[in-house]
Design a protein around this ligand. Structure first.
Ligand SMILES: NC(=O)c1ccc[n+]([C@@H]2O[C@H](COP(=O)([O-])OP(=O)(O)OC[C@H]3O[C@@H](n4cnc5c(N)ncnc54)[C@H](O)[C@@H]3O)[C@@H](O)[C@H]2O)c1
Length: 322
């Protein structure tokens, strides 16, 4: 790790997500250098100038425009480049647009001999994470997708509102595809230290828990579609979620986060990048946690993996047709 600048983060894609993440990261002091790259030089210049003008109000940090050479000594590379989801467009439809862009960026990263951990954010994030990992041919833990970490945050927020309890006292995950087949493993949801079902007996605020659970899960799954309908893109929550992911890597925190990682037999699933609770540290995913899921939850995970496997096969077809 000698060649790495310990706290340098390169953000490829300076659009809504990349710039919001840079803005949030700059205020934390977690990184000491933030470099923005974008194929649109004017946008990159404008975003960097705007961010630099906020430096009198943030911890000491260098924010600057960059080039591919910056991949060489980056600690973390966060890829937010590419087309974004249009209203009504499924994440999987984005694939055709973004696969070529991400593979090209992966080749640039490889050409610089980078030792970084790569975090893929562009959608559809799971197959794109897989494509970048394959191009780089690195240990699987070093290329991760932001996956359902954002969806898990949405889930915790909705549960906290439902229970009338501080979100920090709600521990719950969304697993599977970052997309339509994601699901809530309810057996793992804990509120105030209790499994949710037990807490509900104490809380007694709702009449029909089964119905409420279904509504919450649907709301999580459809959140991105609603926000995109309202304002064209999602950027604030993902920006903050990325700060947590990058902090876990730079600070070697061993945090448990649901990120997209390549499964090689865990849960009986092979060769698919999918979101599972993982322990995240300086080298990326250190360990994939094999939770004790119920039969239905395991079925939902395998179903989601099958959908993603099919998508990854499409990725191969798209790539081999070029
Ligand atoms: N995983 C998640 O939870 C999550 C959440 C929100 C958005 N996203 C995804 O993140 C991506 C970015 O979203 P956005 O709203 O910032 O889009 P955006 O259009 O605002 O920004 C994308 C940027 O990528 C740049 N770009 C395109 N090709 C490039 C290349 N080869 N090299 C460098 N830059 C390049 C564009 O010029 C643009 O500035 C989308 O794919 C979106 O779906 C993912």
């Amino acid at each position: 790790m000698e060649e790495l600048k310990e706290r340098k983060v390169v953000i490829t894609g300076a659009g809504a997500v990349g710039s919001t993440f840079a803005y949030a990261l700059a205020q934390t002091g977690i990184a000491d250098t933030v470099v923005l790259l974008d194929q649109n030089p004017e946008l990159m210049k404008g975003q960097v100038l705007d961010l630099q003008h906020g430096l009198p109000f943030s911890p000491p940090i260098i924010i600057r425009e960059g080039s591919q050479a910056d991949y060489h000594d980056a600690r973390v590379i966060v890829i937010t480049a590419g087309a974004k989801q249009q209203p009504g467009e499924s994440r999987l439809n984005l694939l055709r647009k973004n696969i070529a862009i991400l593979e090209h960026i992966a080749l640039d990263i490889a050409a610089q001999g980078s030792q970084a951990v790569v975090v893929v954010v562009s959608n559809p994030v799971d197959p794109l994470t897989h494509a970048v990992l394959e191009k780089l041919d690195w240990p699987r833990g070093r290329v991760i997708g932001s996956g359902t970490f954002l969806d898990s945050a949405r889930f915790r927020y909705l549960l906290s509102r439902h229970c009338g309890i501080d979100v920090h006292n709600v521990h719950a995950y969304i697993m599977g595809e970052h997309g339509d087949s994601e699901f809530a493993p309810w057996s793992m949801a804990h509120v105030a230290g209790m499994p949710l079902d037990q807490y509900c007996l104490v809380c007694n605020r709702c009449d029909d828990l089964k119905k409420e659970k279904r509504q919450i899960e649907d709301e999580v799954r459809n959140s991105a579609y609603h926000i995109i309908d309202y304002k064209g893109s999602t950027n604030f929550a993902i920006g903050l979620a990325l700060v947590q992911i990058v902090a876990a890597i730079i600070r070697n925190q061993h945090s448990v986060l649901t990120v997209s990682t390549l499964l090689n037999g865990e849960y009986g699933i092979h060769d698919v990048c999918i979101s599972i609770p993982c322990i995240l540290c300086e080298s990326g995913v250190e360990r994939i946690i094999e939770e004790r899921l119920t039969k239905e939850e395991l079925k939902a995970l395998v179903h989601s993996a099958n959908i993603l496997r099919k998508t990854s096969e499409e990725v191969h077809d798209v790539s081999s047709c070029k």
